[in-house]
Design a protein around this ligand. Structure first.
Ligand code: AMP
Ligand code: ZN
Length: 112
């Protein structure tokens, strides 16, 4: 999608610090980390947010979670949090579906 930051990162038009890539998914370090481990996992295909997950793209979302489990296992991360801010009030600043993976410190609950 034109003018989408994460579409441009997925296409390699904007550089990122890559953690994992396959034909459907890219994982890269967050530019403003909120924990010692903080990376984002995105579908290469543009999906607006969690609110746009449907029966058609659900297998891709399932694949993203498989990738998160694989990366964390490979990096020896046993405890982590997966977050996807959806919409203005939840603080979504990039309108391309992404899952934050946070680890490496105690994470408060409930979140702010
Ligand atoms: P959210 O605010 O939940 O939509 O998350 C967007 C995330 O993207 C924020 O944590 C930003 O720090 C991160 N971000 C924005 N631009 C970049 C970039 N060029 N490379 C990596 N992460 C980015
Ligand atoms: Zn996009």
């Amino acid at each position: 999608m034109a003018d989408c930051l994460f579409c441009k990162i997925a296409a390699g038009e904007i550089p990122s610090s890559k953690v994992y890539e396959d034909d459907q998914v890219l994982a890269f370090k967050d530019i403003d980390p909120q924990a010692p481990v903080h990376f984002l996992v995105i579908p290469k295909q543009h999906i607006d947010s969690c609110a746009a997950i449907d029966a058609q793209n659900a297998p891709l979302v399932a694949h993203i979670f498989e990738v998160i489990a694989r990366i964390t296992k490979e990096e020896g991360i046993e405890s982590f949090r997966v977050v996807s801010n959806t919409g203005e009030q939840a603080g979504q600043s990039v309108k391309h579906l992404h899952f934050h993976v946070l680890a490496g410190r105690s994470l408060a609950w409930p979140p702010g």
